[in-house]
Design a protein around this ligand. Structure first.
Ligand code: CA
Length: 236
């Protein structure tokens, strides 16, 4: 199941066309999924609608500067890694950028190899934090059984039910994080993949199905919990 091996997605926010397109090409050659934008407000809009593993954010952007963009993203409780690019080699700028929530800072003109190394480091570091414990293909709880390999489960009535790829993916994710709240953002990243956005209702419908399959009393769930505005939790 391709839960952890999806291509990392990067948003490049840069108004200088040649630099933006050059970066895009080089990052795509490294195997990243790349989206580009050329103005500040555009970054905020995109981040609201899509999941990214990293943002490469130019400081001097039209309509809203990169530092304000970064500050706005952090105010929305989004901790996507942000790497600033700046034409100005000023220490004050660097400090300001990092203070407003940036994770790294590179001055133009930069060495491409150095940028690629830093990009890889930021994405890897962020993924490690989210690395779950792994479970095998078969998982049993409360008289039910899930076979992730065969994409099926035995429900509370001992009936075999088929699971779609996304159902199996979401079940696995929740079970791997047993007892922890899994945020909507994590679910989107891992189960739906980058750049596709289901609504919260879509995830809710999956949870309702899981309750039908596995909960003895689906109105008083013991295993599949929704935590409003935050995410979802599985308990054994
Ligand atoms: Ca610029």
């Amino acid at each position: 199941m391709a839960t952890k091996s999806h291509k990392a997605s990067i948003l490049i926010a840069e108004d200088e066309e040649s630099l933006r397109e050059g970066l895009k090409l080089n990052l795509e050659l490294e195997g990243y999924e790349v989206t580009t934008v050329d103005n500040g407000p555009g970054v905020i809009k995109m981040v609201k609608n899509e999941y990214f593993d990293l943002i490469i954010l130019d400081i001097m952007l039209p309509d809203m500067d990169g530092i304000t963009v970064c500050e706005t993203i952090r105010m929305q409780h989004n901790d996507v890694p942000i790497m600033f690019l700046s034409a100005r080699n000023s220490g004050a700028d660097r400090v300001e950028g990092l203070k407003k929530g940036g994770d790294d800072y590179l001055t133009k003109p930069f060495n491409l190899e150095e940028l690629l190394l830093r990009v890889d480091k930021l994405i890897t570091k962020n993924k490690k934090i989210k690395e779950p414990q792994t479970i095998g293909d078969i998982y049993e709880f409360d008289g039910c059984r899930i076979d992730f390999g065969a994409h099926e489960c035995t429900d509370k009535n001992k009936q075999t039910q088929e699971l779609s790829k996304k159902e199996a993916g979401l079940l696995k994710l929740l079970i791997e994080h047993e007892g922890e709240v899994v945020s909507r953002e994590q679910i989107l990243q891992i189960v739906w993949g980058y750049n596709v956005y289901p609504t919260t209702r879509t995830i809710d419908n999956f949870i309702l199905n899981f309750r039908k399959f596995f909960e003895k009393d689906s109105r008083n769930p013991r295993h599949f919990h929704s935590i409003r505005g935050i995410g979802y939790k599985f308990t054994k």
